[in-house]
Design a protein around this ligand. Structure first.
Ligand code: SIN
Length: 485
């Protein structure tokens, strides 16, 4: 059951050293409901000073947090996990309120986010080092795994809940403390999660949240030498700025950046499965995910049948306020996102693409976009080289496997790729040739806590989730012990 106050989880403050606090300046940043543009509330517009205070708090908390046993940290993460699931409905409603995605998708995101907390609670118990056979009898060589230290965690608006837990849970499991900077568009989900971590008994200073505009907070996180690592999800442009900043004091980085995912359907694919996979991959969160299919490549023999089936599925989707039952596509995050989608559509139509879905009327409001399937897409169009981040499914017709693989790999990005075939030989051949951090064969769903998530090329550095996720927050210390003979 939920109530009007979201069980006390819709908080309008940052969290520094266990204190819920405003900005020293008194300034705030408004947060809007993407469905109605109404102001939901406002969060503190924090800057350099508050970020420094949060980093100092995280640094003070680090010593005792890293000395806790793995079992103690795991126990606190298990409690946090339980509280997230107990408050699932309120967290999902907060998510839809600030982000716009359909409520059912928000519920899915809360479960997905909780799965990282559970997974890393389990992984905490498995953090170990190893020994190396020594060259002489009087020596022992040990490799110890130690927490990096204070970590800056910068999260995006498209998964404002799950990407907090995907970063914070492994950091805490490893023994690190964190300063979280949520997107200014969607701060409430992160704040609510941190309130639940506090209720779970995570000590003051271990998790801090600084809210507000990114410039000062980001600059302090980058230049402050106490911060030993930054984990960021967002654009490649900002990721590369962070890399430059990190160079000054040689911070470690995990970057999950832009993608341009190909989704290839071969003549020998199970067509109905491919249509369902394309729907799952392309239209999740209204197309606003880094792993969304951006270019749908369909072999000539099945192209028209696939296009017809996909268009029929998209025609049946409802666009509307994410709180209404049956809505499949909510509002886009802001008007800038809508402008980019329209720019891609206009460019594609001017260069010869055609809309294959039926015209539809949209709910009133500037942030709604009709989901469309476009036929006749080519690599000369803007949507072939840039992520659209919206519900536009462009179909590229191809004849030969090599042609599809060359188009798929012809991008500086390398996050996710998908392909559909019933041939085992082709599955291996294509799977091994695609230059992406994640490849889905006969599936459009590849995001899960048990498997590493991340990209190659300009899609980023490092992996989140899976066994690899916790390694991002650990250093290997080599301990040479001599004179033992
Ligand atoms: C993202 O879009 O950055 C994350 C999507 C996911 O976890 O599946």
């Amino acid at each position: 059951m939920t109530d009007e106050t979201y069980s006390g989880l819709l908080l309008q403050k940052g969290l520094i050293d266990g204190e819920w606090t405003g900005a020293a300046s008194g300034r705030t940043v408004d947060v809007h409901d993407p469905a109605t543009q109404a102001v939901i509330g406002a969060v503190p517009d924090m800057g350099w000073a508050e970020t420094r205070a949060a980093i100092e708090a995280a640094s003070r908390a680090f010593g005792s947090w890293k000395r806790k046993s793995h079992a103690e940290r795991a126990g606190l993460l298990e409690t946090w996990h339980r509280l997230i699931l107990e408050n699932l409905e309120d967290l999902a409603r907060i998510l839809t309120l600030e982000q716009g995605k359909p409520l059912d998708e928000s519920r899915g995101e809360i479960r997905y986010g909780a799965s990282f907390v559970k997974w890393f609670a389990e992984e905490a118990r498995r953090i170990g080092g190893h020994t190396i056979p020594a060259p002489t009898a009087d020596r022992r060589i040990l490799v110890l795994k130690e927490a990096i230290g204070v970590c800056g965690v910068i999260t995006p608006w498209n998964f404002p809940s799950a990407l907090v837990t995907r970063k914070v849970a492994p950091a805490l499991a490893a023994g690190c403390t964190v300063v979280v900077k949520p997107s200014e568009f969607t701060p409430y989900s992160a704040i609510a999660l941190c309130a639940l971590a506090e209720r779970a008994g995570v000590p003051a200073g271990v998790i801090n949240v600084v809210t507000g505009m990114p410039a000062e907070i980001g600059e302090e996180l980058m230049r402050n030498e106490t911060v030993r690592k930054i984990s960021f999800t967002g654009s490649t442009r900002v990721g590369s700025l962070l890399m430059r900043g990190a160079a000054d004091n040689v911070k470690r980085l995990s970057l999950e950046l832009g993608g341009n995912a190909p989704f290839i359907v071969f003549d020998d694919a199970d067509l109905d499965a491919a249509v369902e996979g394309a729907i799952a991959s392309k239209f999740r969160n209204g197309g606003q995910t880094c792993v969304c299919a951006n270019r749908i490549l369909v072999q000539a023999g099945v192209h028209d049948a696939f296009a017809r089936k996909l268009a029929a599925r998209v025609d049946a989707m409802t666009v509307g306020d994410g709180r209404q039952a049956g809505v499949a596509i909510g509002p886009m995050i802001n008007e800038a996102a809508v402008a980019k989608i329209n720019r891609h559509l206009d460019d594609a139509l001017a260069k010869g693409a055609a809309i294959l879905t039926k015209p539809r009327s949209l709910p009133a409001g500037p942030q709604y976009v009709a989901p469309v399937v476009l036929g006749g897409a080519t690599t000369a169009m803007e949507l072939a080289s840039e992520e659209t981040f919206g519900p536009v499914a462009p179909l590229f017709r191809f004849e030969k496997e090599e042609e599809a693989v060359a188009i798929a790999n012809g991008t500086p990005f390398g996050l996710a790729a998908y392909f559909y075939t019933e041939s085992l030989k082709r599955a291996w051949r294509v799977g091994e040739t695609l230059e992406f951090g994640m490849v889905g064969l006969n599936t459009g769903a590849i995001s899960m806590e048990i498997a590493p998530f991340g990209g190659v090329k300009q899609s980023g550095l490092g992996r989140e989730g899976g066994r690899e996720g916790v390694e991002e927050y650990l250093e290997a210390k080599t301990f040479h012990m001599a004179g033992l003979g």
